[in-house]
Design a binder for this molecule. Sequence first.
Ligand SMILES: NC(=O)c1ccc[n+]([C@@H]2O[C@H](COP(=O)([O-])OP(=O)(O)OC[C@H]3O[C@@H](n4cnc5c(N)ncnc54)[C@H](OP(=O)(O)O)[C@@H]3O)[C@@H](O)[C@H]2O)c1
Length: 287
Amino acid sequence: MERKVCLITGANSGIGKEAAILIAQRDYKVIIACRNPEKGRKALADIAQYSSIDSIDLKIVDMSLQSSIQKLSKSLHEEYSKIDVIIHNAAIFDITQKKPIISNEGVETIWATNHIGPVLLDRLIIDLLKKSPNGRIITISSKGLLAKPFLKINFNDPELLNERFDVVKAYYQSKLAQIMYTLWLSKELINTNITANSIRVPAVRIDVSKYPKLPDFLKSIYKFKSRFSLSPSKMAETYDYLSTSAEVKDISGKYFNEKNQKVKFGKYQKNWNNIEKLMNLTSKYIK
Ligand SMILES: NC(=O)c1ccc[n+]([C@@H]2O[C@H](COP(=O)([O-])OP(=O)(O)OC[C@H]3O[C@@H](n4cnc5c(N)ncnc54)[C@H](OP(=O)(O)O)[C@@H]3O)[C@@H](O)[C@H]2O)c1
């Protein structure tokens, strides 16, 4: 049987890296798509220690840049005849960010990385997923959205440029968009061999050293919170389950928690008018 291939974005750290280890150990070929070559090479060597070097491939991509995603797609088409799983794990959220950061393609980077990038990547490599007998697209959202029941997509200003920038709002809006995109995608793919599901990630331990500007009081809060947080390796078990388990082979358009259980979408999230509006808006961003 042909070896299965799983692409994980942002797999040089945290949950994505742990998921890469678990999935590589199942003898999948795992492509880790990372923005920083040095961090990517280090992750590749680390992951290979738990599997084999032949199980891991490194690709460089900046998910905030459409030109970079296009290069990734080109390179994947040159080297792979199919892709079985894609996990849209890469995301940015730096609580110390006070102002919007605009990419050199002119888009606010949280919106670009966490929402537009995954949609574009799927569009570019959907032909490779269609060549898999059972393609799986997995998006990553956040349990933190439960604490924001009134959050909506700002259809007039999704980059939040015309209001006081709030990094928390920008991040959760992008994660809301990913859930709604997953529902849209599963409907688009209904008569294909490809499923689309989303994972609701709860508080998972992060590496605070990634955020040098974090003030001491926030470091203490993160430290305290980490006592009640899941480890990245535990959370990665759900990534692995949705990517590889035969149990979910034909399940699409669902939202899973860290216990591999299906959870409900919110009313706003599953409203089809909202979903279509979001996808029209998203298409306008895609060059
Ligand atoms: N940890 C939590 O409590 C939590 C809660 C809810 C949801 N989540 C979600 O879970 C996923 C994994 O998070 P994590 O906790 O494992 O955090 P993490 O270790 O920071 O992982 C995020 C990864 O995304 C990469 N990334 C960021 N921007 C990128 C870009 N433009 N292009 C390519 N890669 C990029 C990062 O690379 P660099 O190392 O180069 O920055 C990093 O490897 C994310 O989608 C996150 O939103 C996490």
